[in-house]
Ligand binder design. Structure first.
Ligand code: G6P
Length: 472
């Protein structure tokens, strides 16, 4: 269960693939495990009628069939989507979990909508799940759901996985409904995090805010014990291998190379989101161009910034800021026959993406905070054996814990990021190869399927431990 299904319906009922780490990692897993995926279709009509609901169900069934997955939608109207999704989930929890207090907002009516929509998700699964079934709940939109479901169906094996970071207890304390949020998540038998740091932060919050005792892989509370664990998410690496082998990818890579005319490529790919640190990255690119003026002829920066949550004012402002900054950098450092920074504010097709990853001499993944960041892993999966580019990676992405061979940066340190770009472009081939080989192997062997298998096995083990033991 997650807020986002693997696709979203537009107002005319057309479906488009969802973007973001959750959808991309879970995309392949559904097929593998025969999951039923329950979530929101993205449709938010002002009024719901039986006819509107029936049309939505049909559109969801069609889209799910095209993607080869089994999806059920939980309906929402516009008011609910405003309060639950745009309000509490994205203007309150998302910034707070990413330690971005400047964007953190709270309104009691958002909370009411959040609680009501979580109840609706609970009803949807409580009525459909067979006895003892496993229910895997994903992400910050559904933090109350484990508790609500536990109350209705104590027989279920409930797991919760947080795709985002979890901040320090001091930051989390800012949320006026912190106790309810914690109690909700603790309704799960197992809670998974991307990194040890996020898990430790959560346990600190459970201790200091909830007053619970933590230790030996779990948290004790009134209902019993919730297990916790670190389960770093992976990608569907074989999908990228197949994508790279496709002639469409090679053809696109050739076109790209011809268009670049020998200039080197520094790539970044992300959702247009305040947590991704795009203005800070532009500062570093500008510093690099100023410190290395000779490189203006040699290098091209390509930023693929996929629009996200477009009706949120903070996201609209960010887009204007990024477009303005890129225009100013190009105005200052460009020439009639080239621009140093190209910005594309739309998603690109899968084969184009594979070709871009494969062609890029360096990839800049510099979020201010990130649960994992799968772009870093996708870039590595697309590097050729015995060669390839350099990954410049923020130390605040969960991926930095695993990908030790990356050039690690603090995205707030403009000159250090500019220096890392210069270093990436001058690293000798044998040093690049030596850093890449173990990371590429890690990404291939620690894939999304293995992540799901590990989580579900730990969920079964947690359920077995919490079952009453027969007396000797
Ligand atoms: C992140 C979140 C996901 C979310 C995605 C896209 O990856 O962890 O839960 O689905 O962003 O955001 P959206 O608001 O479009 O679902």
């Amino acid at each position: 269960m997650s807020n986002r299904l693997p696709f979203s319906l537009a107002a005319d009922g057309a479906a488009c693939r969802s973007v973001g780490g959750l959808a991309s990692a879970l995309g392949g897993v559904g097929e593998l495990f025969g999951l039923v995926w329950i979530g929101w279709s993205g449709a938010a009509p002002s009024h719901r009628t039986d006819a509107v609901d029936a049309a939505e169900r049909q559109a969801v069934a069609n889209a799910a069939q095209t993607l080869g997955c089994d999806c059920r939608s939980v309906p929402m109207n516009q008011g609910e989507a405003d309060g639950f999704y745009r309000g509490l989930a994205n203007a309150s929890l998302w910034p707070l979990l990413h330690d971005d207090l400047a964007h953190f907002r709270y309104r009691p009516d958002w909370w009411d909508a959040y609680a009501a929509v979580n109840e609706r998700f609970a009803e949807a699964v409580a009525g459909a799940a067979s006895p003892g079934e496993r229910v895997w709940i994903h992400d910050y939109h559904l933090m109350l759901l484990p508790g609500l479901l536990r109350r209705r169906r104590p027989d279920l094996r409930i797991g919760f996985f947080l795709h985002t970071p979890f901040p320090s207890a001091d930051a989390f304390r800012r949320h006026p409904r912190r106790e309810e949020l914690l109690a909700g998540v603790l309704g799960a038998g197992l809670i998974g995090f991307q990194t040890r740091r996020h898990l430790e932060h959560f346990e600190e919050a459970a201790q200091r805010i909830g007053g619970h005792a933590c230790g030996a892989g779990g948290i004790r509370h009134r209902r019993g014990r919730t297990r916790t664990g670190v389960f770093p998410i992976g990608i569907d690496a074989s999908r990228f291998e197949r994508g790279l082998a496709d002639p469409a990818t090679a053809a696109y890579a050739e076109r790209l190379a011809a268009a670049r005319g020998g200039r080197r490529l520094v790539l970044s790919v992300e959702r247009l989101d305040p947590t991704k640190g795009i203005p800070q990255k532009l500062d570093a690119i500008e510093a690099f161009l100023e410190l290395h003026p000779g490189q203006k002829e040699e290098v091209e920066f390509l930023l693929i910034a996929v629009p996200s949550r477009e009706d949120a004012p903070a996201y609209r402002r960010l887009r204007e800021e990024v477009e303005g900054r890129v225009g100013r950098i190009n105005g200052k450092h460009g020439a009639p026959d080239r621009v140093p920074v190209r910005l594309i504010c739309r998603g690109v097709g899968f084969h184009e993406l594979c070709a871009l990853y494969r062609s890029a001499d360096a990839c800049l993944v510099t979020p201010l905070a990130d649960g994992m960041n799968l772009v870093a892993k996708e870039y590595l999966a697309c590097q050729p054996e015995g060669g390839g580019g350099v990954l410049v990676l923020s130390e605040f992405a969960g991926a930095a814990d695993e990908l030790r061979g990356a050039l690690r940066v603090n995205p707030h340190d403009t000159l250090a990021v500019a220096g890392a770009i210069a270093e990436a472009l001058t690293r000798p081939e044998d040093a690049r190869r030596a850093a890449l080989a173990p990371m590429r192997e890690h990404v291939r062997t620690h894939h999304a399927g293995g992540w799901a298998t590990r989580f579900l096995a730990a969920l079964d083990a947690a359920a077995a431990c919490s079952r009453p033991q027969p007396r000797p």
